[in-house]
Structures are given as structure tokens and as C-alpha cells.
Design a binder for this molecule. Structure first.
Ligand SMILES: Nc1ncnc2c1ncn2[C@@H]1O[C@H](COP(=O)(O)OP(=O)(O)OP(=O)(O)O)[C@@H](O)[C@H]1O
Ligand SMILES: [Mg+2]
Length: 442
């Protein structure tokens, strides 16, 4: 297969331009249109809408499509960004003044990743936003994967909730077939079905997988799909560990994870304080972690890997059970600050940050989302020698190398063993984790 027209991520190339092109979630689309029409008539049902649902289902796309179809300017704000509530205030104020003038552009304010504010500055941000909502003269669309955090209640109460569901397999399949046809490539039906199945209702990830498949000339396609086999992300593993209601469940979570035990320890350690708050529970959790660490270093020193089975219970059984016992509700999971991903040289970190920023602004995603959902895809493409995408995002060779190097970290796009010795493989979350709230910025 010759590589064709790979200079744009297909997710962007085929992003719906019109509302009618947004696939599925018909009810949500109707509700959204009715809501915004209410604004157009001057009597909105609610000042804000809250689009809630899993990743890659068309939430952002719907807003953008409606706006471009109806001549709105979209002011994009990322709620995870701490300055957003200030900016929101300014923009709402500005628009209120302007709306008294005739002929100004129609605006929609899109406040994406609202679930990102739950953990951090929490109440302050939420309170500011909900009071802005009450007074706004510009439609505000909030977007969240997981809007159910109790701290977000004021936002839910002041907004019309519009729920998105995972896309249906047949919807994804039909869309992929269209894309494939217009790219003039052919993909084996079985592979396609497999991609659809693995996407779990996430169109973005399905499209990314297909683009990767189509990028390789003469490569064993099944093999490359194998490479993309979904492994649990670090966030999923964390959520299982901290969510374990029994010691056995915790141990199983550790044993079932496709991460190095050392990495799991770092992730767990760096998230204990987000998840557990009572001093005694924190002390207990760290004690267990320290014991796990001790055993683990012994296992490594003696090369007695069979003893690993004594590490997993210590590591897995603590946090979730502790949380349960003390009845604690966790905050968002964070990327570990100590994690090797961010421990690289300052230079490399800067490179990656700037890559994240550019991809984020092009793909209308936050940097964290890009790190999770687009970086593994880009790394895989770059690894396959596709440089078109680099020029699309304006990346230098050095940045491309940094992305490839970094993505040795991605379980879902991991290089074959031969290229990446185990000690070099790192595990970072590779895609959106459903139901797990996300850190605001790396
Ligand atoms: N319903 C859909 N119809 C057509 N394409 C879609 C749909 N949903 C997602 N896509 C494709 O996936 C890409 C990402 O979608 P979008 O940004 O709208 O997802 P999202 O629901 O906002 O996800 P997230 O919660 O991760 O921000 C789009 O550019 C588009 O190519
Ligand atoms: Mg989005």
C-alpha cells in the first residue's frame, strides 16, 4: 500500500463540517440545536448547555460544526486552564457590551473539559463560572467526559445537560468505510471490524487506528494491529487499584496491569494524596507502598522475579481498601510528577510541551488530552517514517525524535520488544480513560 495523503490527521481531515455530518447521538444533536435556537430567539431554556459523554463521540465537533454552519465565532476556553474563569469573565463582559451594538459577530463560548476543574481550585472556579453563567448574554457550552463530580453540581444545576453516548459499532464502521473509500485505500474487512470493536465507541481512536494501518506499505497488517492492541492505560490501572474494594481485587489489578511494577508504584505513590485524605489512611497507604517498594527492590536485586507475587498484594491491596475503610472520595488522578516521562531532561520536556501545545491548538484538545489520545498515534506514525504529519503540525526533526522516544512509553503503540528493551519501555496513559477524571495539565 502506498502512503497517500497522510499529511493531515484523518480525525481533522474528516471532522464534521456540518451538524448533519456528526454521526449518531441524534437526540443530543436535537437538544443542542433546540437550545441554541432558544438563544437565537432570545429565550434560551438555560443559559448554558453541558455536553457530557465519552471521548471521541463528537461533542466538540458538534459545537464547531454548528458554529461554522450558522456563522458563529467560537471562543474556546479550556476549563482545566486556571486562567479560564478570568478569561471567561472578560469575554462574557465584552460580549455583553458588544451585543448592544448592531452587527457584531455571533459568539458561542465553548468551555471544554469542565471536569478538569473539579479537583484543583475546585469551588472557587466552579462558583465563578456558575455566577458568570447566570449573567451571560452569550451562549456558553460546557463540555465534560465525566460531569458527575459533586463539586460540579452548581454547573449542572445551571445548565441544560445534554448526554452523549458511545457511538455504535455500525456507525463507526460505516464512517471508517467512507474514509477509506475517499482515501482510495482498501482495508481488510476483518481488520476493520477489529478496529471498530477495539474503539469501544470512540470514533477518534478508530480513525487514528485506521490511519496507522493505512500508513504502512507492505507491512503485515495483522501484526501492526497486534501492536495497537489495547492495553489498560495507567489511569485505568490506577482507577482499579484505588477503586478496589477488596485486597484480592487490588492485587488482581496490579497483576493484570501491563505496566512495570516500578511504574505502578510511582503512579500510586503520586496519587495517594489525591485519593486519600485522612492522616491515618495516608500513613497506612504509604507504609504499604514502602513495604512493596522494599520487596520490589529485593526482587530486582536478587533477580528473583517469582517473588513479585508478594509485591502485588502490598501494592494493590492498600489504597483502595484504605479509601473504602475511611469512606474517602478521590480527586482526579494525576500524572506522577516524578514519573520518568517528566523526568527527562529539561530540554526534552520543553520540546514535548511545545509539541503538545501545537497539536492541542490544531486539534481543539487540551494538552493532556493530546498526550493521551494523539501522541501515541503520532509516535506510531513517525516511527513508521510518516513525516507528513510533522510538517502539518510544524514539528522539527528534533521534536519528532522526542515524540518517538517518549512514546516508547505508550503501551498501545509500543515498539516491538527488539527495538525497545524492557528497561526502556515506559508506561504512560495512552488514551482517554473512561470514567476517570483527568489531570488538568502535565
Ligand atoms: N459523531 C461523530 N461523527 C463524525 N466524526 C466524529 C464523531 N465523533 C468523533 N468524530 C471524529 O473524531 C474526532 C474527535 O471528535 P471530537 O473532538 O468531537 O470528540 P469529543 O467528543 O469532543 O471527545 P473528547 O471528549 O475527547 O474531547 C473528530 O475530529 C472526528 O474526526
Ligand atoms: Mg472534545
Amino acid at each position: 500500500m502506498v502512503s497517500r495523503n497522510l499529511s493531515i490527521p484523518w480525525t481533522e481531515k474528516y471532522r464534521p463540517r456540518r451538524v448533519s455530518e456528526v454521526i449518531g447521538n441524534e437526540e443530543a444533536k436535537k437538544q443542542f440545536e433546540a437550545w441554541i435556537r432558544g438563544w437565537e430567539r432570545g429565550s434560551p431554556e438555560a443559559k448554558a448547555a453541558l455536553l457530557a459523554g465519552p471521548p471521541g463521540t463528537g461533542k466538540t465537533s458538534l459545537v464547531l460544526a454548528y458554529a461554522s454552519e450558522h456563522g458563529y465565532e467560537v471562543v474556546e476556553l479550556n476549563a482545566s486552564d486556571e486562567r479560564s474563569s478570568e478569561r471567561l469573565k472578560t469575554i462574557v463582559g465584552e460580549s455583553a457590551r458588544q451585543s448592544t451594538l448592531s452587527g457584531t459577530r455571533k459568539r458561542i463560548i465553548m468551555l471544554d473539559e469542565v471536569d478538569g476543574i473539579a479537583g484543583r481550585e475546585a469551588v472557587g472556579g466552579v462558583a465563578t463560572i456558575s455566577s458568570i453563567i447566570k449573567s451571560t448574554k452569550t451562549p456558553i457550552v460546557m463540555i465534560a467526559n465525566d460531569p458527575w463530580d459533586p463539586r460540579l453540581a452548581p454547573l449542572r444545576e445551571n445548565a441544560l445537560m445534554i448526554k452523549f453516548n458511545k457511538l455504535k459499532q455500525r456507525e463507526i464502521l460505516a464512517h471508517l468505510k467512507k474514509i477509506i473509500a475517499s482515501e482510495g485505500v482498501s482495508v481488510d474487512e476483518k481488520l476493520l471490524a477489529e478496529i471498530v470493536r477495539r474503539a469501544e465507541g470512540d470514533m477518534r481512536s478508530a480513525i487514528n487506528d485506521v490511519q496507522i494501518l493505512c500508513s504502512t506499505a507492505g507491512v503485515d497488517l495483522l501484526g501492526s494491529l497486534e501492536l495497537r492492541d489495547r492495553k489498560k492505560t495507567a489511569f485505568e490501572v490506577l482507577s482499579e487499584i484505588f477503586g478496589a474494594t477488596s485486597a484480592v481485587a487490588g492485587r488482581n489489578a496490579v497483576q493484570g496491569a501491563d505496566m512495570e511494577v516500578g511504574d505502578i508504584m510511582i503512579w500510586v505513590g503520586d496519587n495517594i494524596l489525591n485519593q486519600i485524605h485522612s492522616p491515618q489512611a495516608i500513613a497506612d497507604a504509604f507504609k504499604l507502598l514502602a513495604d512493596a517498594d522494599l520487596h520490589y527492590s529485593r526482587v530486582r536485586r536478587l533477580q528473583r522475579w517469582e517473588l513479585l507475587r508478594y509485591v502485588s498484594p502490598l501494592l494493590g491491596a492498600g489504597p483502595g481498601v484504605m479509601k473504602q475503610v475511611y469512606g474517602e472520595k478521590g480527586e482526579r488522578f494525576e500524572f506522577p510528577s516524578t514519573f520518568r516521562f517528566f523526568q527527562q531532561t529539561r530540554h526534552q520536556r520543553t520540546l514535548v510541551q511545545s509539541v503538545l501545545e501545537r497539536v492541542a491548538s490544531r486539534c481543539k484538545m487540551s494538552r493532556v488530552k493530546v498526550a493521551n489520545e494523539m501522541l501515541p498515534f503520532l509516535a506510531e506514525m513517525f516511527r513508521r517514517g510518516e513525516r507528513g504529519l510533522a510538517s502539518y503540525f510544524g514539528l522539527t526533526d528534533e521534536e519528532v525524535r522526542a515524540v518517538i522516544e517518549l512514546a516508547g512509553a505508550q503501551p498501545s503503540a509500543a515498539a516491538p520488544q527488539a527495538q525497545a528493551p524492557a528497561h526502556k519501555r515506559r508506561t504512560t496513559p495512552s488514551r482517554q480513560t473512561r470514567g476517570v477524571r483527568r489531570p488538568p495539565s502535565p
